[in-house]
Design a protein around this ligand. Sequence first.
Ligand code: SF4
Ligand code: SF4
Ligand code: FES
Length: 531
Amino acid sequence: MHTLTIDGKEMRVERGTTILEAAKKIGIEIPHYCYHPGLSIAGNCRMCLVEIEGVPKLQISCYTLVSDGIKVHTRSERVIKARQAILEFLLINHPLDCPVCDQAGECYLQIYYMRHGLYNSTFLEDKVKKRKAVVIGPTVILDSERCVLCGRCVRFCDEVSKSSELGIFNRGDHSEISTFPKKELNNKYSGNVVDICPVGALTDRDFRFKCRVWYLKEKPSICPGCSNGCNVWIHYNVDRTCKAEGKRVMRIKPRFNEEVNKWWICDEGRYGYKFVDDNRIEKPYIRQQGKLIPVSWDMAIERIAGLLKKYPPESIGIVPSPQCTNEDNFVLKKLFSEHLGIKNIDYRVPSQLNVYSDDFLIREDKNPNSRGCEELGLFPKDKGLELKDMLREAENKEIKILYLMNHDLVKKMGREEVALALSSVDSLIFQGTNFNETVEFADFLLPSSTFAEKDGTFINQSGRVQKINKALEPLGDSLSEWKIFVKIARELGIPVEYGGPEEIFFDITKEISSFVGLSYSLIGDEGINLY
Ligand code: SF4
Ligand code: SF4
Ligand code: FES
């Protein structure tokens, strides 16, 4: 350990800590551009200069390690003058773009100028013009004039995505970021360069001009795109949907979690949020004379409860969803397995062929909660049927009711594989968030809410229990799955009553051994490992 003082505050930190990181630990912000905790140190922007007593020149704090007894000043007159000079230098050729720049509000040229700059400009010459709004890949647009050449994006592509599409070309004030010849920025993690670009040089093609950042609200959540369970922020706006074609979710951003995804998410997770506002099932429907007719919840629940009473449990198949929360699936299990005695329960729908996975974040299992379904035991036991056997028995007219939770069986298993089974059952009940090809076969549609519209927990592939939080009200008449099951239970006179997800989770911890001792407050925003 080393003892040092920063701005008069004494502290002890481990050997090998940089001055910038040590200062951060005691709440002192040293401005920086090229430093990023997830990348190697470049030391090229000089924005992080500090004064160390006894050392004649100012030192860059992102690279200089602490040593015993040093006295560091981050706000001395010399440091402030140097910072202003660096900012003035960086802004020499910067365009006066802020009013039309999509980064405004989260740009570190703006932020640092207001906090550390505020100098009177002495620059009178013409600015060097560079390329503007250049599409450099499917997700990102480059505005070279705004770039401060910190090199973060280049290091990300070299060190994290390991795809090396970007480089710094030319010399002096003509230097600029670009893709290598015949390459485009097109890796599975490309959107991260927008997050780490400290200025408006790299902007997101999906988010550009959709919403000013000061109108955004945020909620911590978990990406539902695969079983890695990356931690994310949902950025949304419900007050200005008229400006966004009715859309509420504006973008998904990574949320740091050292154990799960660090600072990063993949593009599929980042841009996979559109289903929250598009193509949603917003009302219950019943098929009448071949057409799906919207009906009230009361009518749909009454009819479905009637079917569940009429048919024996052996002729009913339930396919729970690993897209649903543990809370949803626990209430499903209580109703269908414990009270109605249905044994044909299987959540394991095969994944589509040729799904991408890698040894970084992206997993082959495209569900956020398969592990939760395993822990809750949502697979056949005591001679219950597996999904493929349920489908076969549906073709044989032995399975009369198939209750599908949000699975697009047609897309996942192929139309030829499932069409006969789905059209042979007396009633296909589809409970889910969005219209899809499987819905064409459904006799009942029950609208459920998406991950952004409810509270609950998922368990990722490594056994980490993580919490999702409700950012938005459920769209239309959609409801959380557990609420739909409680409605059915009430109609059947079955005592399955819950007031909310936390109450359900409390029961899970009493009944499922691997959850014992857990609570929402223990899970917190970072999650907790099951074992
Ligand atoms: S584009 Fe952004 S991240 Fe890349 S070097 Fe320029 S300022 Fe840095
Ligand atoms: S790796 Fe998986 S969980 Fe992470 S962002 Fe991508 S899809 Fe989402
Ligand atoms: S942050 Fe230290 S030199 Fe750039």
